[in-house]
Ligand binder design. Structure first.
Ligand code: APR
Ligand code: PHB
Length: 398
């Protein structure tokens, strides 16, 4: 079956859904194609620390209401090392920004609910998605729907929001792209525990045994992470070993021990830094994880996807409203500036807090860096400016 639209969006993660929403608010037709089913998309467990610019754009999209009601405002966080804890007051240091802890799955649910209301097309469980003629004036996307029926959508533009393993990035000729990759000699073991968090704030802990962190999903459920070896497996970690290791690494003078409870979920996440350049070719534009990956330490993945969409939506809306393609043509260049800033900070924060066994000189330097950070108001301010989120480059149109 053949159909037409203005923008064909591939992928219904935060990037694709938010782009579709902002385009709709400016009267631009779009279709979203998603490989997985709706339940899967709405329940994927991911970090959710929203920077202020992300909150502002979700507000502008009219999808921020529940996050203000249910999200938890964070004005500071704790940094632990050497058995001591330092509270870093983000609000006081930056004079503005705070972050909101609101799981990514909830952002996705809000965006899907908004799309349900406007009735814009979205197809789940599609397969064989193939972007074609991206160098021409009227690119197409072929795919099969959930029933196996073949479709062809003709569009003005294709937005590749299909994540790291999607089909859009490989559709740009390899001879025109450059990719940048850094792997890390560790991974994150994450648990969800039926145990009340010990603090309303996040705790990042550096320890000679490895990094650990304390986050939360509700007043009753803790989200905790441990640095492990990249080839470690879930089977190696029974509940007792997990709690013993967390207590050891998070322990600090005068602070309460973590509350322990039944472990509801365990997972291991690899750590990677990745960027592809450029983000556009012809009429195909990449946004979000399709274009870049950051290690999870600073929780920048979702925010970076939203930052891309801020510029890409500005470019598309400016084109449709004023016939001016200059913002769209500048998308890759502008978005990459912020992407690299976030890459730099994500890597620096990862290297500041994780432990690489056998590197004693580096371990001493790391301690010196941590001491230097908490001793200097200027250093902490710079850290917080990056942590709470650099401004977005795109304009809001309505
Ligand atoms: N066709 C259609 N959809 C696809 C295809 C395909 N060939 N391949 C992948 N997808 C879908 C995935 O199923 C997923 O739902 O694209 C979507 C991409 O969504 P995300 O992976 O959530 O990526 P993005 O929207 O860029 O959001 C970035 O996700 O990984 C986290 O930390 C990251 O928070 C960040 C956020
Ligand atoms: C999380 O809650 O999953 C989380 C929060 C902050 C981070 C990383 C992960 O920096």
């Amino acid at each position: 079956m053949k159909s037409d639209t203005q923008v064909a969006i591939i992928g219904a993660g935060p990037a694709g859904l938010l782009l579709g929403r902002l385009l709709r608010l400016s009267g631009i037709d779009n279709v979203i194609l998603e490989a997985r089913d709706r339940h899967y998309v709405e329940n994927r467990l991911r970090a959710g620390l929203l920077e202020q610019p992300t909150v502002d754009l979700l507000d502008a999209a009219g999808t921020g209401e529940r996050l203000h009601r249910e999200g938890k405002f964070h004005e500071g966080f704790e940094l632990r090392f050497g058995g001591r804890s330092t509270r870093i007051d983000m609000r006081e240091l930056t004079g503005r920004a705070i972050t909101i802890l609101y799981p990514q799955t909830e952002v996705v649910k809000d965006l899907l609910a908004a799309r349900d209301k406007t009735g814009d097309p979205i197809a789940f469980e599609v397969s064989d998605v193939t972007p074609e003629d991206i160098e021409g004036d009227r690119p197409t996307v072929r795919y099969r729907d959930a029933a196996g029926v073949a479709h062809e959508i003709r569009a003005d533009f294709i937005a590749g929001c299909d994540g790291f393993h999607g089909v859009c990035r490989p559709a740009i000729p390899a001879s025109l792209t450059k990719t940048f990759l850094r792997d890390y000699p560790f991974a994150w073991f994450g648990i969800l525990a039926d145990a009340p968090p010990i603090s309303d704030e996040l705790i990042y802990a550096h320890h000679i045994r490895g990094f650990s962190m304390h986050s939360m999903r509700s007043d009753k459920v803790s989200r905790l992470y441990l640095q492990v070896a990249p080839d470690d497996t879930i089977e190696n970690w029974n509940d007792e070993r997990i709690w013993t290791e967390l207590q050891l690494r998070m322990g600090s003078e005068g602070s309460p021990r973590l509350n322990e409870g039944p472990i509801l979920h365990k997972s291991i996440t690899p750590m990677r830094s990745f960027v592809t350049e450029p983000l556009q070719h012809g009429r195909l534009f990449l946004a979000g994880d399709a274009a870049h990956i950051v290690p999870p330490t600073a929780a920048k993945g979702l925010n970076l996807a939203v930052a891309d969409v801020s510029v890409l939506s500005d470019g598309l809306i400016t084109f449709y409203k004023h016939g001016d393609r200059s913002v769209l043509d500048g998308y890759s260049h502008l978005a990459l500036q912020r992407i690299w800033r976030a890459q730099e900070f994500s890597r620096a924060m990862t290297e500041l807090l994780h432990h690489v066994p056998g590197q004693e000189f580096d371990e001493r330097l790391q301690r010196a860096r941590l001491e230097g950070l908490v001793a200097s108001r200027a250093a902490m301010t710079t850290f917080c400016e990056n942590y709470t989120g650099l401004p977005f480059a795109g304009r809001i149109h309505h």
